[in-house]
Design a protein around this ligand. Structure first.
Ligand code: ATP
Ligand code: MG
Length: 254
């Protein structure tokens, strides 16, 4: 993939696909992960492959909710680790919170591969973000020894850590599944999600939905978390999602 010219119009998309193909061959992903990515790509096309104004507002609100939480956590799955692991570790470092692997199709092998990928990415993040080096070293990577369960969810996908997802009041879950989002909301948590599909159950159910591509919005979130000027926006998630849909319609009429 090193031979894709800088000017290739689909460069970012091709690089992301390659990252996922590599992650799949390492055993980091469930079989359906590439399909999930493809569905996301289709929505990104409709959004003009850019961060829209509504997404920028949702990033600001997410930063506010995370910074003002009692206890927060970042929950990651295979696609998230493959595409934005180091950047999310940096977000966790700024927040002083853990990062927890919580996957839909949990197998011991996949968990092991993801946890060791995150540990490597933690080292990488030290080089990428030297200004927060000490905080990056302090980030706890959870998921290996779940001792709690998300109520009202069947199977291993409910497993979680009592000092991570279970006890956090605020959770950032890029690429969450609808069922689990519903279960987390039912627990009374503030759930901030990143999902390119404004119509998904996840997007509709979350407290704050960032409708943007993961690798594009996480660096903006990190920058926002590092600012002193984060403010609450009197948040109406339904209204923000409607504005995203209007944005898609405007792209059609251009
Ligand atoms: P839900 O479970 O919320 O009802 P779903 O079952 O349609 O939705 P899933 O298969 O659970 O969706 O997850 C795939 C979704 O993840 C895609 O539709 C897309 O919106 C989102 N997604 C995938 N890749 C990315 C990405 N790189 N950035 C942002 N969102 C993404
Ligand atoms: Mg789903």
């Amino acid at each position: 993939m090193g031979d894709i010219p800088e000017s290739h119009p689909r460069r970012e998309s091709l690089l992301s696909r390659q990252k996922l193909v590599d992650a799949a061959s390492k055993g980091m992903l469930a079989e359906s992960a590439l399909i999930a990515h493809g569905r996301g790509e289709a929505f990104d096309y409709l959004l003009g492959e850019k961060t829209c104004d509504s997404a920028r507002l949702a990033i600001m609100e997410t930063a506010y909710r995370l910074l003002n939480s009692e206890k927060c956590v970042i929950s990651v799955n295979g696609n998230t680790v493959a595409l934005a692991g180091p950047q999310l570790i940096a977000c966790a470092a700024v927040l002083g919170c853990p990062i927890e692997v919580n996957i839909y199709y949990r197998t011991p092998k996949r968990m092991e591969v993801l946890l060791s990928a995150l540990m490597e990415q933690q080292q990488l993040a030290l080089n990428l973000y030297p200004q927060i080096k000490n905080k990056i070293t302090d980030v706890k990577i959870l998921g290996g020894n779940p001792d709690g369960r998300i109520p009202n969810l069947e199977g291993p996908r409910a497993n979680c850590h009592s000092d991570g997802i279970l006890s956090a009041d605020t959770i950032l879950v890029p690429l969450e599944d609808g069922d689990r989002c519903e279960a987390l909301i039912a627990m009374g948590k503030t759930v901030c999600v990143i999902d390119l599909n404004p119509l998904s159950r996840t997007a509709q159910m979350a407290t704050v939905t960032i409708v943007d591509e993961l690798t594009r919005c996480v660096p903006i979130l990190l920058e926002t978390l590092m600012q002193n000027s984060v403010k609450s926006l009197d948040w109406n998630n339904k209204e923000n999602l409607e504005n995203v849909i209007q944005e898609i319609l405007r792209n059609f009429n251009k």
